[in-house]
Ligand binder design. Sequence first.
Ligand code: ZN
Ligand code: FE
Length: 255
Amino acid sequence: MPLEIVTIPCLSDNYAFLAHDAASGETALVDAPEAEPILAALEARGWRLSHVLLTHHHWDHVDALPAILERHPAKVIGATADAHRLPELGLQVAEGDSFTIGGDEIHVLDVSGHTVGHIAFHAPASKAVFTADSLMALGCGRLFEGTAAQMWDSLSKLAALPDDTIVYSGHEYTQANAAFAETIEPGNPDLQARIADIASARAENKPTVPSSLALELATNPFLRPQSVEIRDRLEMQDASDAEVFAEVRARKDAF
Ligand code: ZN
Ligand code: FE
């Protein structure tokens, strides 16, 4: 049985996730933006937290941890590289490490760029990856600490996961990302179709997270530096993928 994954809107535009293994009863929380909705989601299902997985040190991903642990003492897992600025960790992990939630192996990927030490959690058997502020729906995290080259390396690892992987990212920024994406690759019919889908989802106040990796590969301008249309528009026909990515990221910062 794959993990049952629940998306929990938090704060104004954050997402946390629960990943529950029915056979063992183990339940992991991914990131801790706000205690109340997370505790309510656990209570509604009668689940007890066994693990908390932290993607990176930003306040909107960790600040609710003490209030959650008070009610659900759980093992907190985060990056060795971030241990000095994360809450106390029960398990420190780095790229290549894995651990289990119930029967599912969770693989750790270093996806530095937004921050240095940001990690993603990939659950291959459940076809899920938790990317927080690295790969986002139709976007990618702003480069607060890392370089464009680091972020491109991180996105390339995520892009290489199986196409049918579901991407659980950290924020509802998709509509703003769509407005930007349309300036970068307006001739992409898959992008135009997705923009229409996003508009109708948001009009009904529905989340646009998670998304599929296949959809991101087809539409997300940050994953498409090989696109002829993008290269022509940026006049970067002969640049490397990393250089094209860096230019798209710079244009988003100025958008
Ligand atoms: Zn962040
Ligand atoms: Fe964030």
